[in-house]
Design a protein. Sequence first.
Length: 259
Amino acid sequence: MAAAGPVCWEKLTWEQIAGLRRSAARTCLLPVGATEQHGPHLAVGMDSVNADLLCANVSTQTGAPVLPAIRYGCSLGHSRRWPGTIALQPNTLTETVVQIYDWMHGFGFRRLFIINGHVGNAAPLGCALEIMRSRFDDAMVRVVNIAEISPRVRAEFFADAEDWHANAAETSLMLATAPDMVRAGKIAGADDADRTGNLVFRHPVNRTSKNGVTGFPSRATRRQGEILFQMMVEDLTALVERGGKEKPPLNHGYFSPIE
């Protein structure tokens, strides 16, 4: 059910959070972004802003509280060639997310959607999920990579590059939702084609991009960003609503071996 606005954990009192625990809103959203270069035309906080805005809109639709965003991510692949990137080690991000879940779980919240705005976070977040499932018997956690919320969202993100970054999709999203993150005068000259096809190894961005971009931001439009963001909100809302009702197929305890 749509609410008057997003339910922001950091803006609530402990009494209000206790009330959420007693209600149906036992599912939390955790936006995870990054602080990293996004070419000459996008601000370094793009991934965090994108994840935060998406979670806020989904919270408005579902009532699920949004935890404070993690604004640093595993951005080691972006190198130190372009100033602005501040990266965490993978194990740091993994442990941070596990500790966040430990506290929310202690207050009665069992279901967590980790909304990941940066591709490089996927592996550490996947490790965090494995730890949480093994440590908390009733944990129900899902990592959702923003670009892969649904097939139609994925098609938009990957339209101009397989190894996309600061491309048409990301630029369109910022034009539509956070135009202050865009340097419009730099968009036209920011295109840089994907050089990763048919390579054996995964190379850091300093060896695959001239300016930190992979894709064609010159193709971006505000209207396309509006359409894409609406897709993202609709499809993630549907996923969160399904997750709020789901029960495990079997009721076997993690710590209860067969006798």
